[in-house]
Ligand binder design. Sequence first.
Ligand code: FAD
Length: 531
Amino acid sequence: MKSRYDVVVVGGGHNGLVAAAYLARAGRSVLVLEQLGHVGGAAVSEAVFPGVDVRLSKYSYLVSLLPDQIVTDLGLSVRLADRSFASYTPFARDGRDLGLLVERPDGSATRASFAEVTGSDVEYGSWHEFYGRIAVLAEDLAPTLLEPLMGIADLTSRLRDPSVLAELRDLPLGELVGRWFKDDVVGGVVLTDGLVGTFADVHADDGRASACFLYHLIGNGAGQWRVPIGGMGAVTASMAAAARRFGAELEVDATAGHVAFDASGGEVGWVDGSGVEHITGASVVVSGVAPSVLAQLRGGLGAVARPVGAQVKVNMVLRRLPRFRSGIDPAVALAGTMHVAESASELDAAYAAAAAGLLPDPLPFEVYCHSLADPSILGPAEREAGYHTLTLFAMQTPVGLFDGDNDARRAEAARLAVEGLDAVLAEPLSECLARDADGQLCLQAATPVDLENLIGMTGGNIFHGDLSWPYAGEESQVGRWGVETDEPRLVHANAGGALRGGGVSGIGGHNAAMAVLSMQPVSSAPPRRPV
Ligand SMILES: Cc1cc2nc3c(=O)[nH]c(=O)nc-3n(C[C@H](O)[C@H](O)[C@H](O)COP(=O)(O)OP(=O)(O)OC[C@H]3O[C@@H](n4cnc5c(N)ncnc54)[C@H](O)[C@@H]3O)c2cc1C
């Protein structure tokens, strides 16, 4: 290891790895420092239950936002499986157990399901028109995420139908969705994309739910959420392999303690797994850590408020798929995203409860089964025995609810999640859950506080902060990459610091690398290979 690099990347999450790969590919000497014993941050796979050979995507689990361009540029071996169903929403109405099924692409079963649930073809027609317009926006907008920032006027001129973005910016998401959809269940399914990892009142005009909604529908120009074959860890492993292949050095068990700059450049102080302290010089430092973590490393410079994370993730392993009260085939119900307690009125009630300091009851959440699309994450014995995974992501559960007594609130949230599933199942979930080597049910919950403690996601915010609109908010940002800081030799690659970051996209990493490559060289060490 050298004492000085062209670039030191602090934090080996997927964005740090993407930045490192691009910069090493361009001939820069690059060192990545990751505090944990492995890279990947929130994009990792792990066998979390002792004695159960199932490699779950421990935190993030579906891929939409990762552009094909990054996959191609870096030669990533990422494989993504399509899901044949987009969603299923079981619910009870007038004593009947029903469900709204949306195929991908939608066809006769979707139309029939809308008719049964809403009583006519009107909502189905609105659905088609609404998402058809968004599909056009996604195609036009997605490529701009890998370009320097434009002002809103220039961006708008690139859109075939600018009205969709204008409506999203101008109206509270709840009002926009309410204009299109009258059915409580249908409206709720649409609204959920505005609340993933974002604590928001969909009726407020603060734009938070709308920006979140936008990013959930424009990924890679199609907005399709696909299953990473081999789990999310396979995606990150491919990024790490690319970074190494291009010559970057990845150091795990390497905790950065300070980042500072003087006339000669930057320096990063860090401690290795044996407790030995190191100081590494760098012409440029790339931050792969949350902005609030970076501010601590800089002794408080650029401090930001603790962001609010708002989800509970529950990982489960099942002995077999459960039966549903509505009678639907569980392999259909769980193939796409299953929405539970996520009608528009239930989402409103959940927000009101959480804002009043209570865990929402019923708990709104989404569930899907990875192993239906990709059994490769199951060990041979588990596959043979018919095991499956279940991934549950609850909403409107802000970090403040967990700050006092995280253990008790985690247990309560897990109980509410199980109750929510039991309400739509024809048998108790517990009868289907597998047991680990200690005889415990295979169910593991992580709260926003857990994320903060385990992987440095401040406030448990899965995007490191609120998602931003995909254009320059100020004139001074136009033509820049949206990753700059107050220090010219320090850029953000991380999800929250990089405008247009957030999610497993690598966009923050790409844009950080492009910003570094566009800088005037300040290094005394020349690039090892031509750029
Ligand atoms: C439960 C959950 C579910 C999610 N689901 C999805 C999903 O399905 N699809 C999707 O697209 N997105 C999802 N997300 C969001 C997505 O995972 C994140 O936005 C994304 O992974 C952030 O990547 P990053 O590289 O910017 O940061 P991170 O993944 O947070 O990586 C930061 C890295 O920095 C390291 N670090 C912190 N401090 C230091 C230090 N002092 N020194 C050295 N290293 C340090 C951390 O250990 C970590 O490895 C989910 C997130 C969570 C938590």
